[in-house]
Design a protein around this ligand. Structure first.
Ligand code: PEP
Length: 253
């Protein structure tokens, strides 16, 4: 059985007060309303990590994520954060290769492969993002592009390691735009990614990996998206900043 996951990426939003308040509200609602077989992952900015960890407390199905990590262990990398630092604060999941990191910070497959390796080395779960821009889809090159991204960053992993990765298909044209991929578009790409993994490794491995959809997921579209056979949940940006909306998305399985 693949894990059902609702992950909320807060990006560079909230301050100390509003972030703590958001986390408290979400944790309370999730504890009382969301099925325990759904993994809820809160992915706040770094400065909230220890505070949110405390708020999560003993909840078994609420996890703490980070939005990025550096690929080296330690050293003179001012402003960066290491996998060991994150792990020591109770982080269990790390987003790797979000399209905003690719676009604004020039992250490419070679770098992302190193980050994935580092996250795994510290016993955490990479949430590896892939997804095409609109012009790539319009040129009908979206399958090629997602294949390149998945192969380039993940296919150096052993079968045992790739099973520990969560993949998030996030078409760039749907992120923060209010335009969601149709259920058919999401299902088609998720099935394609799963087949890539089956062809490289084997079907059982492909079937064990959770593939999330990301791109303007909202309470109103989550149920239909999550009902697609190869969509195992969502990586949610904007709607994760509203406790009611995010909880309703987590209840949409
Ligand atoms: C994201 O940032 O990963 C994302 C999917 O954002 P949004 O839900 O706002 O489109």
């Amino acid at each position: 059985m693949r894990k059902k996951i609702a992950a909320g990426n807060w990006k560079m939003n909230t301050n100390l007060t509003t972030g703590q308040q958001l986390a408290s509200e979400v944790i309370n609602m999730v504890n009382s309303e969301v099925n325990s077989d759904v993994q809820v992952i809160l992915i706040p900015p770094y400065f909230h990590i220890t505070g949110v960890k405390k708020l999560i407390g003993p909840a078994k199905n609420i996890f703490l994520g980070a939005q990025n990590v550096h690929h080296e262990d330690s050293g003179a990398y001012t402003g960066e954060i290491s996998a060991e630092m994150l792990q020591s604060c109770g982080v269990t999941h790390v987003v790797v290769g979000h399209s905003e990191r690719r676009e604004y910070f020039g992250e490419d497959e070679a770098l992302l492969a190193k980050k994935v390796r580092k996250v795994l080395d510290f016993g955490m779960t990479p949430i590896f993002c892939c997804g095409e821009k609109l012009e790539v889809r319009e040129a009908d090159k979206h399958f090629d592009l997602n294949k390149k991204q998945v192969e380039g960053a993940l296919f150096g992993l052993s079968e045992e390691d790739i099973k520990k990765v969560v993949i998030a298909y996030e078409p760039v044209w749907a992120i923060g735009t209010g335009v969601t991929a149709s259920d058919d578009q999401a299902q088609e790409m998720h099935a394609f990614i799963r087949k890539l993994i089956a062809d490289k490794y084997n079907q059982a491995t492909a079937d064990s990996i959770s593939i999330l959809y990301g791109g303007s997921v909202k309470p109103g579209n989550a149920k239909a998206l999550f009902s697609c056979p190869d969509v195992d949940g969502g990586l949610v940006g904007g709607a994760s900043l509203k406790s009611r909306d995010f909880t309703d998305i987590a209840k949409s399985f």
